[in-house]
Design a protein around this ligand. Structure first.
Ligand SMILES: [Fe+2]
Length: 317
């Protein structure tokens, strides 16, 4: 029977490459594990990958810095909005202070009876730290973030939608939600798949904003990737989704480190069904210790290496 294992990664359209590296590596303490380019289209744009200590699926944030191409987006409704990250409950004061010390605007929230810390990526994308007890995913203690406060990985994805029922229906009937739906005001949350952590789908009713950008545009959330574990299971999940009438689902795409199909959900949020590549994932072209240290190109772009590098902003770690 088809299943979803948990989350795999988050992919965002950000603005500048250097400010993105500075934010994820120097402020959040994450580990840069890969620098390559977007594989679709013909414009050379970085694809940067950040993770926790080990690069676990469910800990990875990837970004396309679109300012270089002049692509800017608009956040709105009917799209993914919030990057939800898992930290220990006891770490909220630490992060509030650290973000403030780095001149990042920060706000305390209370959601589902628990404190959260909300802030923004330099491009405007909304990030939220959610406290979790017992999350064993090991954070990366970069740039003097103490190990006990380091980010475990993804908590989930926040989606804004004008009519939530259709998305709850999709999650329940076609996307392997766990049983319990939690509701509070204009927000509902459920978990997808087998895992205990990293797989929360939060749906916020938003009838105020205009439709947000679905294409690539700086300042917007592009898609959320789920780990479907094996290629045969990926095929099964895809067939089941199609069998329910959701035919806005792509062919299989080889992303070098993983293989993916993409489905446009009834909330407007784009979901990816990813399987880490059988040839070693992040470690297929760099050793575990070297991850992120060299610029990587897929074979189809290797002959354009010099031209591509000349067109990309230089980044310093
Ligand atoms: Fe992705």
């Amino acid at each position: 029977m088809a299943y979803v294992e948990g989350s795999h990664h988050v992919t965002l359209s950000v603005a500048g490459a250097q400010e993105d590296v500075d934010f994820h590596v120097k402020v959040l303490g994450l580990r840069l594990i890969k620098r390559t380019v977007l594989f679709d289209g013909s414009l050379p744009i970085y694809h940067l990958y950040y993770s926790n200590a080990s690069g676990d699926p469910s800990s990875v944030i990837t970004t396309f810095p679109w300012a270089q191409a002049g692509f800017y987006g608009k956040r709105g409704t009917n799209q993914a909005r919030e990057v939800l990250l898992s930290v220990p409950h006891e770490s909220m004061d630490y992060w509030y202070q650290r973000l403030s010390d780095h001149a990042v605007g920060v706000e305390n929230l209370e959601v589902f009876g628990q404190r959260r810390v909300a802030f923004r990526h330099p491009s405007g994308i909304e990030y939220v730290f959610v406290g979790n007890a017992g999350d064993q995913r090991v954070g990366h203690a970069g740039y003097r973030v103490p190990q006990e406060h380091a980010i475990h990985g993804i908590h989930g994805v926040g989606v804004h939608v004008s009519t939530p029922d259709r998305m709850v229906e999709f999650a329940n009937e076609s996307f392997h939600s766990q049983d319990q739906l939690v509701e509070e005001g204009d927000r509902a949350a459920l978990q997808i798949g087998n895992q205990k952590y990293g797989n929360h789908l939060e749906i916020t009713v938003n009838r105020e904003d205009d439709q947000g950008t679905w294409g690539y545009g700086a300042g917007t959330y592009h898609h959320f990737a789920w780990n479907v574990d094996t290629l045969s299971n990926q095929t099964d999940v895809k067939f089941d989704i199609e069998g329910r009438g959701y035919t806005d689902i792509s062919e299989l795409k080889d992303r070098k480190y993983f293989k993916s199909v993409y489905v446009r959900t009834p909330s407007g949020a784009l979901f990816e069904l990813a399987v880490t590549h059988e040839d070693g994932g992040w470690e297929c072209d760099e050793s575990p210790q070297e991850l992120g240290s060299r610029f990587q190109l897929p074979d189809q772009f290797e002959h354009r290496r010099e031209e591509i590098l000349n067109r990309l902003e230089t980044i310093e770690i």
